[in-house]
Design a protein around this ligand. Sequence first.
Ligand SMILES: Nc1ncnc2c1ncn2[C@@H]1O[C@H](COP(=O)(O)OP(=O)(O)OP(=O)(O)O)[C@@H](O)[C@H]1O
Length: 602
Amino acid sequence: MTGTDLPTRNRSTVRSLLRLWPYVRPVRARLAWAAFVAVLASCLSLVIPLVLKWIVDGPVAERDPGGVWLGALYLLLLGLAEAGLFGLRRWLVARPLAGVEAAMRDDLYRHLQRLPVAFHDRWPSGQLLSRGTTDLMLLRMFLAFPLTFLLVNAVTILVGFVILLQQQWSLGLVLLAPVVPLVALCFVFESKYALVARRSQDQVGDLTTVVEESVLGIRVIKGFGRHRSQAQAFRELSLTLRGTELAKARLLAGIWATITALPELAVGAALVLGTVQVADGDLSAGTLVAFLSTALALRWPVESIGFLLAISQDAATATERYFEVMDAPQETEGGTTPPSAPAAGDRDGMVFDGVEFRYPDAPEGAPPVLSRVDLHVRPGETMALVGATGSGKTTLTALVPRLHEVTGGRITLDGRDITAMARERLRELVSVAFEEPTLFSASVGENVLMGAGGGAGRADLERALDTAQAGFVHRLPEGTDTQVGEQGLSLSGGQRQRLALARAVVGGPRFLVLDDPLSALDVHTEALVEAALRRVLADTTALVVAHRPSTVLLADRVALLSGGRITAVGTHQELLHSSEEYAWLMSGAGDSGTAGEKGDTV
Ligand SMILES: Nc1ncnc2c1ncn2[C@@H]1O[C@H](COP(=O)(O)OP(=O)(O)OP(=O)(O)O)[C@@H](O)[C@H]1O
């Protein structure tokens, strides 16, 4: 899915930006002070022409050098005060706005953690990344400049025009003439700019996705010599983005040129008219100088409006994109009461009762991946789950820790429906390890202990590493303190799998769900892990996805998943005799050679 396929909403710029209020609220006093200081500084710049008028009509006309020096001193002080006030404004907003950006980023990150797996399946990671980085930076920029300066400029222009009209109303009206066409133009500009701004920000997200995939998949790209085609794909996207950015620049150039040209024409006309009036003796030279200086002082506030509107529009789009993620519903919580430990009689193991599951993004009318799955894993039992590729084994295991929600039927753990349990409690009860092990940028010890509650210590860590036959960590440069993950030492697939397995067992979970966690191990290590696991699993109820007969050996019984249902349950030997499909799958699994050897012996 690309950025353009993602859900988008059309709100007006102001309505979009108003959604920032909860974040801006805590710093509103600072922002208000900063705006006040900026208005003051900007209005000071309008006093300068009045001092000029006083100098021209007073000391200059009267040939009084002392008066001219005094006027110059006033001008210097005014200039210094203006610069000081603008500096103060910057200081007032810098820290609070960095705080707003950080708070929004924190909320986004926290929300992303709580969004269901189905959401992450649907959204490209680059789109999420760009919303948490570029978009938030745009918002900080908007709050720091355009938000204040749209107000400051509006007030400055208003005060400036009052001064102009007061000095010479007829010349003031000449300067006011371009206001109506300019306002109309700004509206047209904003509606056009909104479209390209959205397109550009979505394209940045798509580009980020490609960069991320290229970095993560660098081995595949190099292995298959795909760097040229990958670079070509990147170039196409980046050219598209360049086109969109140029369209933005063209719009901006158009509005900037018009906003600059129209007032300049009006100033020119006022200059001609004013000179005539001075020549006729209807106007003093000082008033004309003051009038023109005021008009020139208003140039920047007027000219910058196009640019400020453009940043505001970028910020409105960034706000929409931010809240598209924040509005996505989080995982539904289960019951909140932590259930007390069940009495021995309550121990019922893991029960799948008429479980049905359909992926939210599955095509209309497609059959569910799982339908009417009935399975009882007895307390303390290890059940292997076997099935053809794509039969739904991974899907079924993901339902137990509620990575996906069942769409029909129910799953109970020791008699309690998992949907009625607080998610936190459920994830304390159930530990998981996946075929594709993910390690985080942290030490080995931290990665493993992540699987246990806060109370786990060194002894638990060593026990888990021992179970997973992960003694290799002691030979790493800093033992269990060695940093691994993306920013640390690279480990082999089998080493990573063993750490993921250690993470799954470290907390001594009551229920364990393992999705083919030994696939990358050599037979000897696998046999050692299985022997150790069997000791650990003595008290644990476990569901283990198995592709190889060697993994099936670990289990007390085996369930065969076929056509979205459990079609057979029994011991390995029973199923070998009673189920043709099972026998076929187990012999087919022998294609890995080593597994075949073991398979022959079971
Ligand atoms: N996020 C998803 N959205 C839609 N369909 C999906 C999604 N994930 C998996 N599927 C589909 O669900 C079906 C079952 O997939 P699953 O990964 O559970 O199979 P599996 O038995 O674990 O396969 P394997 O043995 O190859 O790992 C497949 O047809 C797959 O295409």
